[in-house]
Design a protein around this ligand. Sequence first.
Ligand code: ADP
Length: 645
Amino acid sequence: MSLNRPLHSRAYATVAHPRRGAAALLVVAGAALALCVFLVDSFTSLQGAVAVVYLVVVLIMAATGSRRAIIGSAVACMLLTTLAFLRVHGVPTLEPAMRCAVSLAAIATTAVLALRNRERMVTIAGQARLIELTHDSIFVRDMDDVIVLWNAGAEQLYGWTANEALGRRASELLATAFAGDRVKADAALFRDGRWEGELIQEHREGRVVIVSVRCALLRDERGAPRMILEAGTDVTARRAADAALVDSERRYRGIFDTARFSLWEEDYTLVVERLAELREQGVVELASYLEAHPEFIREAAGLVRVTDINEATLRMLGAHSRDQLIGPLDRFLPATDRTFGQVLLTVLEGNGLAEGETHMVNLKGERLTVLFALSMPLGTSRYDRVLVSVVDISDRKRAERALISMQAELAQAARVTALGEMSASIAHEVNQPLAAIVTLGEAALRWLRRPEPDLTEACDAIERVVHDARRAGEVVHRVRSLASKEPRQHVHFDLGALINESARLLEGELTQHHIVLEVDIARDAPMPRGDRVQLQQVVVNLMGNAIRAMSAVYRPRVLLIRGRASAEGLLVEVEDTGTGIPEHIAPHLFDAFVTTRGGGMGMGLAICRTTVESHGGRLWATNRSEGGAIFHFTLPVAVAEEVRA
Ligand code: ADP
């Protein structure tokens, strides 16, 4: 079958296997012709010469495409030839026998050739069916670029039917443009007989399709180029996805490089493998394992590799080039920092996001306070591109600390000033009556020591002594009532809100010392009433003491504040896991000026007790057997409501 004629590939199958009706017609025609030949051969004088027409019968049968028809017709024709020969010649002589033998050989040879031709047609038909079945677009164009074969895949890809495409010039129909160099592509096709690449072509509707094509050059027997077979796959969607990916990667890069805050890309693969190893060794609870083996946190940080960082990170860590920072992460974490343990737990739980406050060390060895957010790749088993953003808040923290210490110093100065003023006013107010008492006492003595004591004058002076002593007493009483800070405002307030506000005031210290704050207020806790400002001072004071007591211990630091109903009204407990109250000061804990802190005034607890008692409550302290202290205070609800301004 020649490819010179434009052909839809489905046509090949029809040529190899004609339709049923046509085949039956061919068989009838062949049989009729054979009968005619037999009659002419047997009953006319043409004899053996006409037997040659049997070859036509075999060829007609071959056109049915049936193997059986070819063999059957050949055998029948040979039988009929022999029959006619015997009928005409009876006992054969050499010459007619030779003619008969030649006829028989010709029929057999024709049958063999027809069978071989049929085999070839069947093979071609099979290949044509394959072309039809493939999803790829396949078309064939001749050396003038005219399309001579067009399969269903090509119809699908380009939108043109076979009837529309056949006979048209491929490059015009498909507006083919080469993604690369066309001259090189043609050279490769003619040199190697094949070429693979990408073409930009047009669909019937005018939209662009990107096609990955494989071209093969078909040559004739003499080696001259005859046809080009072009098989193609539509890669438009894939290329669009690739382009979107490239675009998204470019945008990500842009954001990564230009962000004003520090960004890190880190590879956690080795850590994840190490955690898997631990699991295989039977470690089920990583949290308790980390508690028991804090050194593992450091080891794991050493397994994390920093793979990329942005400009802001260079500035933050004081580096000149990226190479200084690429490598293990542990170089930038302080040896004692345990925040990385929390990150490991997040990795293990596959939570996706870990964030918090921690410390880092820059290249000069300076400690930075930073906020970090780490996002693990979700739903993937790849951990080689973990993104971490870091914000340096060291300056803010420094300012906060300076503010807190300034406030503390101010408060202390205010207390000292207040004490000073108080003493000055006591001295001033009491000094006058005291001076008068001394003068009057001396005068009375003088009146009494006279040779004739003047009792009236003496009594008069003593009466004035008593009067001035009373005045001094009143002054002292007034000063005392000032110092006792009697409550002024009385309102109902929410204990939870008061604790939250106090926690906010102390947030910096809680974070700095890695203290976990727990608040547990029972449902039946009565609502307290009193001077909210003064009672908040009590809570802040007790919390501040607890924080200071825990800053020196290495066990978990937990500050627990409980509120519940008790026989005496509302009971509040401030419990810590710190050092506990030193035995030697326990009996005088609430006395003024009792302190174990250098720089402490020892006034805090004394004021707290005065405040609580002025509300009608009690304040006392106990030590926990496991270490740490509990400060308890009550506010009798009914009494608190009765307290007057
Ligand atoms: P200051 O804090 O100025 O020392 P305070 O009256 O508040 O004054 O505290 C007195 C002392 O009581 C502290 O120096 C400390 O020794 C002890 N103390 C107070 N609270 C606690 C606590 N939660 N745990 C252990 N000791 C405490």
